[in-house]
Every structure is written in C-alpha cells, then in structure tokens.
Design a protein around this ligand. Structure first.
Ligand SMILES: *[C@@H]1O[C@H](CO)[C@@H](O)[C@H](O)[C@H]1NC(C)=O
Ligand SMILES: *[C@@H]1O[C@H](CO)[C@@H](O)[C@H](O)[C@H]1NC(C)=O
Ligand SMILES: *[C@@H]1O[C@H](CO)[C@@H](O)[C@H](O)[C@H]1NC(C)=O
Ligand SMILES: *[C@@H]1O[C@H](CO)[C@@H](O)[C@H](O)[C@H]1NC(C)=O
Ligand SMILES: *[C@@H]1O[C@H](CO)[C@@H](O)[C@H](O)[C@H]1NC(C)=O
Ligand SMILES: *[C@@H]1O[C@H](CO)[C@@H](O)[C@H](O)[C@H]1NC(C)=O
Ligand SMILES: *[C@@H]1O[C@H](CO)[C@@H](O)[C@H](O)[C@H]1NC(C)=O
Length: 625
C-alpha cells in the first residue's frame, strides 16, 4: 500500500526516539523534537512497509551572510542601496556547498540506500525514492506513529528524530517527521460573521467630515497625507495574496468604487491562480474589502490578486500555507526543491482525485510583485523551528531581490490567535500561560510587520496626533487588539537594535515585571502601524464595516507602491526590504509616532494588572516605530 502524502496531510506524524547510539556506534543527536501537544493521542505504529516521501533539506551555503547582504541593498546609507540581486544570483549564492552534498550523500549510501534511489532536487534537497517507514525509522533512529487530534483528524509522524553528529551541521530539516498538520487560525481578522455591521445602502452614510466613525479611502488619504497619482504603472507591480476560498464579486467592487473611487468602476484586479486558486462568484471573503482598499489607494496601478489553493473539498481551505505563494513567485523554493514541508504545506499535484483538485504545482509561475501584502498570520510556536527559519530566510531572499513583503501583526495583542492564550514554561499554548505568544511571520525579521491603530475617542483625523493602538470590542464577544511582541526564535536584527534597546531600557524603569513575559533578545514587532478599524466595505451588495490588521496591510502596501512608483518614474529601483529605512534616523520624520494605547496581554494573566505593551515615544511592541 502506498501512503500518499495527501493523506499524511490530513494525517500528521508521531515518532519516538529510540536509541541514542546505533549498532555501529555512530553517535546520533536529536535533530528536531515535536512540541508536546495535549490535543494529540497516539493510536498505533505506522505500518513498516508504507512508503513515505522522505526528503532532506540541505543547509544552504552563505546563509549566515544573509543579514549583511540584505542590509547592503536595503540600508539607505549603504553605497549599494537598491542594487538588488536577480533570482539567479540569489539561487547561485545560496546553493548548498559540495561538502554538504557529499557528506549527506555518503551518509545515505553508507546507510544502505542505492545511489539510484537518491534524487537531487534543485540542489537544495535530497529525496530518497520509495523510502519505507522501516527504512526511515532506522535512518533517523525513530518510530513513526499514527495519532489522532481532538478534531478527530488523523496524523502520522514522529515525536523526534536523530541524525549522526557529523551530519547535523549539513541539514536543515527532514520531512515528513515531527510536524503535524496545522489548522491555521485567522490572525488577520476575527470571525467575520460576528464582526460585521451591515449598513443600509439607502441610508445616508454616517461619514462625518472628520472620519470619526468610518474609514474610507479619502479618510486614509487625509490621515496619511497621501496625494500622489502613479505615473509608472506599466513598470510597477503590487500583489495581494489570499487563501480564503471565497473571493470577491465584481458587483461589490463596483459599489465600493462607485461610492469612493469612481474612476475604478468596472476595473478588476489581475488574477493569478496559484495551485488551482479560482475566483468564486457566489459569496465574498476577506479578499473583497482588501482589494477595494488596495486598488482605491494605489489607482491607477493594477493590483495582482494572487489566489492560493484549489477548490477540491479535501483541500484544506484556510490551511494553505504561506510557502505556496512563495513557491509561485520563486520556483527555486518550490516543493522538492525549496522550503515546503508536506506536514504544513499541502501536496501539489493534489493526490486526491476529485473535482476541483489541482493536478499540478505552481512553481515560479509569476514574477514577484514589487510589494506583496498578506492579510494572514499564524503563531510562531505552532511551526517547527527549522521550518520557520527556512521560510524566514526565503523572505530575506525576496528582500534581496527588491520585494517588500508585508504581513499584519495579528489582532490578539501579545497572546496567540487561540482565545488569547499564551505559552507555558515549556513553550506550549496553555490557558494559564503567561509567556507572550508571538505571531508568525511577524516574528521573522525579514518581513515588514504592520500593527493596527484606531482614531482616539473624541479625536478626528484633522488632529495632530489622532491615532492610538487598536484595542476595542468590535461586537459582543469579539475583541481586537493590535498584535505585538518579540520572537522566541529570531534574534534582534541589527536594523532595530538601537530602537529596541532604547525601549527595553525605558521599560525596565517603568514596568520591569514585564520582562518575565517575553524574550528580551528576540526580534521585536510590529515595525509600523496603520489604521485597522472601521473600514467601510462593500460585500454581497451591502455596505458594511470591517476591522482588523487585515486592512492595515494593504493600506501600507498601497503607500509603498506609490513610493515605488515615484522611484521607478525617476529611473530608480523599488524600495524592496524597507525595515532598515523605517528604523534609520534619516526617515524618523517620515513617520508619525503613535504614543497612546496598549495591546492586550494573556488570558492567563487576567486578574493581574499585567496587560500587554504600551505605546511609547519611539519604537514599542504595540505600535512599532
Ligand atoms: C561543486 O563541484 C562541481 C564539480 O563536481 C564544481 O563544478 C562546482 O563548481 C562545485 N561547486 C562549488 C560551490 O564548489
Ligand atoms: C519506486 O517504486 C516504483 C513502484 O514500485 C518503481 O516503479 C520505481 O522503479 C521505484 N524507483 C526507484 C528509484 O527505486
Ligand atoms: C472636525 O475637526 C475640526 C478640527 O479639529 C473641528 O473643529 C470640528 O468640530 C470637527 N467636526 C466633527 C464633526 O467632529
Ligand atoms: C517602463 O520601462 C520602459 C523600459 O525601461 C520604458 O521604456 C517605459 O517608458 C517605462 N514606462 C513607464 C510607464 O514608466
Ligand atoms: C509543560 O508544562 C505543563 C504545565 O505548565 C505540564 O503540565 C507539562 O507536563 C509540561 N510538558 C513537558 C513536556 O514538560
Ligand atoms: C489552569 O489553572 C487552573 C487553576 O489553577 C487549573 O485548574 C487548570 O488545570 C490549569 N490548566 C492547565 C491547562 O494547566
Ligand atoms: C468624549 O466625549 C464625551 C462627551 O463629551 C465624554 O463623555 C467622554 O468622556 C469623552 N471621552 C474621552 C476619552 O475623552
């Protein structure tokens, strides 16, 4: 029987470390260990003769130099600022060394795998063809198991796996192993059904002259002093990535544009289908209002709509991973080649034969747009450490190629997306946890993380300092609080060191106990904040209100797109990775510092006065710079 990885996606994995020393006395070291998750129960050992798609991700050459290389093209004070690399240069520079390839090949040959079964995949990976469970167990000193999740879904894998000490330095991850299929939470926005407030189309809209209760494109233009019409649109690009099965209705875009951006009536985004993504024309999803703002604020720039995920019923909608859009804009990262982990990332071609299943894999099908906005997030702890590192490095490579990647910082303050829960001492999500639970990919230093603000009570956009950190009840039972905090994995990058250290020194004076709740050496986020509340939007023929950092991301992305336009029109390169510029003194007057408001803390801290982080002068993990 052949176990397709399509099943392993609904099924995830559990293996147990056996001996530390193999029979021929090679010393094995645990390479990765699964986070203990109480929602998973072991059911049985996996049958030994089942075939699994065993793949080894080799350590990339020069990857340790990525931070300095990225800074050299992204730091405005660098003499090589803006001299971005081509995709080919990036691929060549980071290809694993021959030493690494040879060491891993030698190990596999000595372990008894015939050379004909070892496939090199685009240099980055080695695949063992037709590997069985028993072969993998022997190679990795582990046991593969089937286990059930609380949800009833089955998973297969192992608890940890080991490799010889001399191999450890040459590999990133081996899959499939410790990572269970994860149901991603919608960090971009709370439950849509409950946070919407339908407004009657026939009523006069309560848009005060100062945009006190509702945000429109014009309000945002006034608030952020946006007054620029793009001129170099043919040579510029702006992409919005979306995973939700429901997309948008042209009739909704036209209602919105009719009210707020008349020249766009009848205009659609440029559609790019990734892994079978389709336009769905029966009801709308989050893409609808995100596109309305992205298009209105950057018009007449064409916006590319990158829709990820096919329509097969077994396709885990809402689970489709970030790696899929990265695969689509960078073929060298694609499955069998780059960073995909079949335990987080669905298998394409979709192995389950049914209507809507996509029978291909979108690798390198579209050039990366200059700016990419993603209104979605996860929790850092939910994903394996090697996996997040590899994906984070890939964001750095996109920056090196001149691409700005923007993710929202989440809507649950310092806590995770699951009911405001934080982490316990051993890093697991726990209702009683008091360690902040950082967002992914916001905790990666090589993306731009955008937090949310709202207009202060009794303030108007005409005021000098009208914004505060978003933290409010949307409707009964739904609270939104801008995400912020520190990575437990990525250290503070050079570009924000000064700003974060200044913040930490001040925090120590006013609220030293806060240090008990986060990693003071971690990458701090968000980098910037933008309005995240009360966007008016057209959905299913009605005007409604939408909130969440899902909106902040396309608004910021549109602004960067306008800046890129001005640069391209002047014969310059797009801005690419903007964080070094955001934090540089030369740009400090370019941003309005948000100094009011606080984000929420952990459910496990309720009853104590300990909330999340307060906005302060300068950078802070509530509002960014
Ligand atoms: C790896 O070895 C091949 C020949 O086996 C050689 O052509 C290539 O330049 C080597 N690559 C590196 C990075 O040393
Ligand atoms: C893998 O197994 C298939 C089916 O049994 C077989 O056709 C193929 O030759 C095998 N490949 C290798 C490299 O052993
Ligand atoms: C709008 O702002 C101006 C200037 O701050 C103020 O005088 C006016 O009362 C505000 N109007 C409303 C409706 O809030
Ligand atoms: C786009 O770039 C091409 C080639 O560099 C140039 O000829 C053209 O004028 C540019 N178009 C716009 C709209 O800037
Ligand atoms: C993790 O911590 C919780 C309590 O905080 C405890 O119940 C659990 O046994 C711990 N797990 C491990 C693997 O230490
Ligand atoms: C959380 O704390 C409460 C009260 O101490 C306790 O009853 C409960 O078992 C704890 N939950 C977990 C998951 O540790
Ligand atoms: C806003 O104005 C109302 C009415 O004047 C007042 O009751 C309320 O306290 C004010 N809120 C704040 C935060 O100043």
């Amino acid at each position: 029987m052949h176990l397709s990885i399509g099943i392993s996606f609904i099924i995830a994995l559990q293996c147990m470390t056996a001996m530390a020393v193999s029979s021929n006395a090679i010393v094995y070291h645990v390479h990765e260990r699964r986070n203990i998750d109480s929602s998973q129960t072991h059911i049985r050992r996996l049958e030994p003769d089942i075939k699994i798609p065993l793949r080894i991700a080799l350590k990339q050459r020069n990857i340790e130099h990525l931070p300095e290389i990225l800074m050299s093209v992204s730091d405005p004070s660098s003499p090589t600022y803006g001299q971005h690399w081509t995709a080919e240069e990036v691929a060549r520079n980071f290809t694993p060394s021959n030493k690494t390839v040879h060491a891993v090949q030698k190990w596999l040959l000595e372990s008894g795998f015939a050379e004909s079964r070892l496939r090199r995949r685009n240099f980055g990976w080695i695949e063992i063809v037709n590997a069985t469970v028993s072969e993998a167990e022997e190679l990795l000193q582990t046991e593969y198991r089937v286990y059930a999740r609380d949800s009833g879904e089955l998973d297969m894998g192992c608890d940890s796996y080991s490799v010889p000490l001399h191999i450890k330095e040459h590999i990133d991850i081996i899959i499939p192993t410790i990572h269970s299929g994860t149901l991603r939470q919608h960090a971009g926005a709370p439950n849509r059904r409950n946070r919407k407030r339908a407004l009657d189309l026939d009523l006069a809209l309560p848009i005060g002259p100062n945009c006190t209760s509702i945000m429109t494109p014009d309000c945002l233009r006034k608030l952020y002093n946006i007054n620029y019409t793009p001129r170099a649109t043919a040579n510029n690009s702006f992409g919005v990535v979306n995973f939700h099965p429901n997309t948008y209705l042209q009739s909704d875009l036209d209602i919105f544009f009719g009210n707020f951006s008349p020249s766009l009536v009848g205009k659609s985004p440029k559609f790019v289908s990734i892994d079978g993504g389709q336009l769905q024309d029966t009801s709308v999803g989050e893409a609808s209002w995100i596109l309305q703002y992205a298009m209105a604020l950057s018009q007449p720039q064409e916006v590319t709509f990158l829709k990820v995920g096919d329509q097969s019923v077994n396709s885990p909608f809402g689970v489709v991973s970030f790696n899929e859009w990265i695969d689509a804009v960078d073929g060298s990262y694609c499955i069998n080649k780059g960073g995909d982990d079949l335990n987080y990332d669905p298998q394409f071609p979709n192995p389950i034969p049914e209507p809507g299943a996509f029978n291909d894999h979108s690798c390198g099908i579209v050039r990366p747009p200059n700016v990419i906005s993603v209104s979605r997030g996860d929790e850092e702890q939910r994903l394996g450490a090697f996996y997040t590192r590899r994906q984070c490095e890939e964001y750095g490579k996109l920056g090196l190629m001149g691409v700005t990647v923007i993710y929202g910082s989440g809507n649950t303050g310092t806590a995770g997306t699951t009911r405001g829960y934080c982490l316990d001492k051993n890093g697991s999500v726990n209702p009683n946890g008091t360690l902040f639970n950082p967002a992914w990919p916001s905790s990666c230093p090589w993306i731009t993380s955008v937090g949310g603000t709202q207009i202060k009570a009794n303030s108007s956009i005409a005021d000098l300092d009208p914004e505060e950190v978003t933290n409010m009840d949307l409707t009964l039972g739904f609270h939104t609080s801008s995400g912020g905090g520190f990575s437990n994995r990525s250290p503070i990058p050079e570009y924000q060191k000064k700003a974060v250290e200044k913040y930490l020194m001040e925090l120590k004076l006013v609220d030293g106990t806060k240090f008990n709740h986060f990693n003071i050496r971690g990458r701090g986020y968000p980098d910037l904040s933008v309005i995240s509340n009360s966007f008016i939007a057209a959905e299913n023929g009605e005007l409604t209100q939408e909130s969440g950092v899902s909106g902040s991301s396309p608004v910021l992305a549109a602004m960067i797109t306008l800046i890129n336009d001005a640069r391209i029109a002047a014969g310059k390169r797009p801005v690419g990775f903007i964080n070094p510029a955001i934090y540089s003194p030369a740009f400090s007057t370019g941003f309005r510092d948000v100094t009011s408001g606080v984000n929420t803390g952990c459910k496990g801290l309720q009853g104590e006065s300990d909330g999340g982080f307060k906005a302060t002068a300068g950078w802070d993990p509530a509002s960014g710079t």
